[in-house]
Ligand binder design. Sequence first.
Ligand code: DC
Length: 231
Amino acid sequence: MIVTIDGPAGAGKTTVAKLLAARLGFRFLDTGAMYRAVALAGLRRGVDWENPGELAELAQAVEIRFDGDRVMLDGQDVTEAIRTNETTVAVRCVADHPQIRQRMVRLQREFAHGQSLVTEGRDQGTLAFPDAECKFFLTASPDERARRRVADLQARGQSIPLADILHQQQRRDEQDRQREVGRLAKAADAIEVVTDGMSQEDVAVRLKQIVIERARAVSNGEAAPISVPQS
Ligand code: DC
């Protein structure tokens, strides 16, 4: 069974998806980490971000794997390195590039092959797994998302004003919604969950209930089972 969780930055997708996967005994896939790893590879190789040909080559050259919770780039653990501000800034060029997206979606489908999976990102329910049995679109108000981000950064020793975070967030939302391929969008059959005022635990519990109901419907033949598309 495939469960997709899409939504804007700061909606709490990663934590909720991890909690949900652990409770269901499913594998977990953080697709944002894949784009971040490609961005880091580009920074390390000094690619010209304005050169689509170089980015297409990069897309083919990198090897990305998950080793449990760890993100591996060309055999090296980059779990922490992909979270720096430099990588966060560079990731937009990577995420906008159609050939890079194509390769990432292919890797995501390979990862899912034969597995029960909770996968989170921007295009998981729309493009990567359009036939997933259970799709969620997680949102929260801009203020709530920005407050969570400020708290998260504070916990890591960084103090950034709320107004700055709100501004960055608005820019990222626009970029995520406007890219030509794989833009952030709610799938027509996704369940929208607004997480304002809910703890991540509460959200995971709610999602788990829905997944279990859905799995029951699938096994009773009331819903179509998944087929993972071939790339
Ligand atoms: O979720 P995140 O912040 O780690 O994602 C990093 C970047 O990758 C972000 O700019 C959105 C992009 N992304 C994407 O375009 N498609 C996905 N499936 C996942 C992330």
